[in-house]
Design a protein around this ligand. Sequence first.
Ligand SMILES: Cc1cc2nc3c(=O)[nH]c(=O)nc-3n(C[C@H](O)[C@H](O)[C@H](O)COP(=O)(O)O)c2cc1C
Length: 190
Amino acid sequence: MKRVWLQDCNTAMKHIHILGISGSLRSDSTNTVILKTLGSLLPSDISFEIFQGLDEIPHFSPGIADNGPLSRFKQAIQQATAVVVCTPEYAFGVPGTLKNALDWTVATGDLNDKPVSAISASPLNSGGSNALASLLLTLTALGTKKNEGSALSVPNIKSKIGPDGQINDEGLLEALRMQVDNLMRLIHST
Ligand SMILES: Cc1cc2nc3c(=O)[nH]c(=O)nc-3n(C[C@H](O)[C@H](O)[C@H](O)COP(=O)(O)O)c2cc1C
């Protein structure tokens, strides 16, 4: 695992690790491509992982005990310095699998004060803006640390990914670099 050490205002040394959460379960998900690309744009000494197994998390209901996949999800969030969520839009909303997973963190506050970046991508012109707005509301309810630069809507995503499966749109790459920069600012701000 790659590691970086930085000095925060308390002079404690802190390793930066970013967790990516894709709202899509599809193996050739365009949203997961965006997450992987964002991970590749991070400074080389910051570690990055994409959570696997969102669909194994049980349906949310207060009072149900943690199972393995849920504990793994919560632990991944707790161990992350910051979280990037990238999601498609289904029926004008956030995919149920993603919302379900996030609902589990309400009571335990795993995302409280956690710097976040929220991204939606769609093959349509709308860029999944309904899902993004809904996701941002949820992230607000969860007490995440974000600002006006923490959100990105990506329209026409299929035209921005080449036959090699890589993003080939310079505007999108620049927008992802800005998400990375903003996330770093949030991480370093107290
Ligand atoms: C049942 C269904 C409903 C959808 N609803 C929306 C929608 O409301 N808004 C939208 O932008 N795209 C919608 N889409 C298109 C998805 O955004 C598209 O399939 C996207 O590529 C899925 O993301 P992924 O590539 O990361 O898996 C829908 C697709 C399906 C199959």
